[in-house]
Each structure stands twice: as C-alpha cells, then as structure tokens.
Design a protein around this ligand. Sequence first.
Ligand code: F6R
Length: 364
Amino acid sequence: DKGNHRHFMQKEIYEQPVVVAQTLKAYLQRMDDRVSLPIPDFDLSAIRRVTIVACGTSYYAGMVAKYWFEQFARVPVDIDVASEFRYRAPVMEDGGLMIVISQSGETADTLAALRHAREEGQKIAAVVNVPTSTMAREADLLLPTNAGPEIGVASTKAFTCQLAVLAAFAANLARAKGRLDAKAEKELVRHLAEAPAAINGALAYDEAIEAMAHHIVPARDVLYLGRGTDYPLALEGALKLKEISYIHAEGYAAGEMKHGPIALIDELVPVIVIAPSGPLFEKTVSNMQEVQARGGKVVLISDYDGVQAAGEGCLATITMPKVHPLIAPMVYAVPVQLLAYHVAVLKGTDVDQPRNLAKSVTVE
Ligand code: F6R
C-alpha cells in the first residue's frame, strides 16, 4: 500500500526517519549512553581485520562504513563488490571478520562470498533487512536493519538503515578494541540518536529539490562529486539517477576530476557536488571551481555555512541541516534520492519498476 504517496519509492524515502529510529533502537542504549549489539555477548575484541562485501547500493553503504571502522576502531578494512571478491584470491587471515551487507539477504554473489569466507575461517556478520533470508540464517552475527519491506526496486530506506547499523557496529568494535572511552561513546550515541530528526529536516527540502530536478531532466550525462564519506554518496547518487531516470551518470572522488573526467565538462553536463562544511570542504570546493571555470553547471548540496561560502555562481544550491559528520551520510542520502526520484517522475519512467532490473538478484 502506497498510502498517500504516488510511488513506493517516494513512500520509502519518507519512511526513513521512522525506520532509522526503529533500526537504531536495537543498537543504542540511550539510558546509559552506550552502543550495543543485538547479541550482547558477541566478542569483537579478537577481530583484527574486516572484509566488507556487497553489491550495488549496499556496497556503497559498505564504502561509507570503511571510513568509520578505520577512524574509530583503527581496524584495517578490505572492501569489494561481491562479484569481484569471489573471483580474486582474497587473503583472509585469522581474526578476520567478513561483513556482508544486503537488503534482500539473497543476492547470489554476496551469498557465495559469505560461504567462501566461512570456509576460509572468517567470522561472518550480516547486515540484512530480511530476517528470514539465507544470509541472515548463515551469519554468526545477524545485524538486522529494521527498514520493513522495501518494494521500490531502487533501494532507499534500506541504505540509510544499513548506514545506521554500520555506524553503531563501528562504535561497538571501537569499544571492544579499547579505542572508545565512555565519554566518546556517549558523544557517538548522542549524534546517532539525532539522525532521525536530521533526516526529517532533509525531507523538508523536497520541494526545492523537485524544482531543481527540472534542470537535470534534459541532461544526457550527469556527474556527482564528493570526498571522504561523500564519495560513496556520489556513487550512490549516480546509481539512483541512472537506474530510474535512465540518464547516464557517474560518481567520482572530487580529487579525481582532474585526472580525466574533467575533459567531459561543458555547459550541458550538470555536476552535483556533495560537500557539507567541515575539514574537507575547501578541497572539494576547489575541485568544484575547476568545473565552473570550464563552464560546468554546478548543483551544490551543502549546509548553510557551505552554501554561504561557495554557493555563488552555482546553477542551484540545496541547503541541508548542519549535522555531525557521523550522521551526514544518512542525511545527504535524502537529497540524492529525491533528486533521482523527481527527475524520473518528470521524465515519466516507471519509478518503482525500472526496465531491466529485479529487486533481488539471485543469479550471478
Ligand atoms: C540499487 C539497488 C541494487 C541493490 C543490489 C544489492 O538501488 O537496489 O543495486 O542494492 O542489487 O541488493 P541487496 O542489498 O539485496 O543485496
């Protein structure tokens, strides 16, 4: 049931504040300011290495999480798409944890990677949205996302819930490794608990994003740029746009622009720049200005400070609430999803059932 929404995708985008809150409930003990796991006595202290494997949007959630595991827990992270992981000769040592991320819990390549890692003696954690799925059953540590059924083929609410789980899991791992004192843990819990309200704040810009979508509709190609955790978001933005609007889109690490893709820039290629204010902002803005100097039309997605500092000369700006960097990926996912959604609606494509795509990819 779509309720009063036009499409399941729109409904699921709007459900995000509620389902992220619902998901976090299993991982945050707000009363005593601690993060926790659904299996409280699962021992993480011996984990020396993390391998993340997933496909598509779930893979991009994993890419964001890599920054968190490394930053908070100082544990090295290897990440790959499942279809590549299977066919290389990945080195899996003792003390390794594999994390598979999957909405459906049935994606064939991800499941095969899980089974391969198990044979190699890895512990398996599964961030999965369908609790009865094969991956959920085969994991040592089930880390459920509580997004509820996702009907739209383009993944939205499952992605933000995956991010919520992975952030909380990274904090758990950091504590188990002795890298998170009680004060820092309390801070993290406080920031994570703010995510649902901040996502709600991002949804308030829906109309502005819809108005902006008109500029994207005529484009043949669109580029998305971001740095740090905004780099996977750029990839996710490009994937969302191409899969439902059929506009060719690519995401790049902002600093890679000058190593090739900048040759594509002209006034016909809109460039979506995802850049909250913060330590990486200046760097990304200088990449953005290189685009503008070549006639590129930029849409800047930032917060008030970022838009004030760099919004001039942009085709459009989208102002997100100012949030802590930990929850920024969950918040900035919203404009990226809404932009793809509105472009697709304006183009008249089948938003919930895009051509050639299946919700669950159970063949290789
Ligand atoms: C993108 C999308 C796909 C899935 C991918 C993995 O919007 O829906 O890229 O993310 O097929 O699916 P799961 O997460 O079920 O393993």
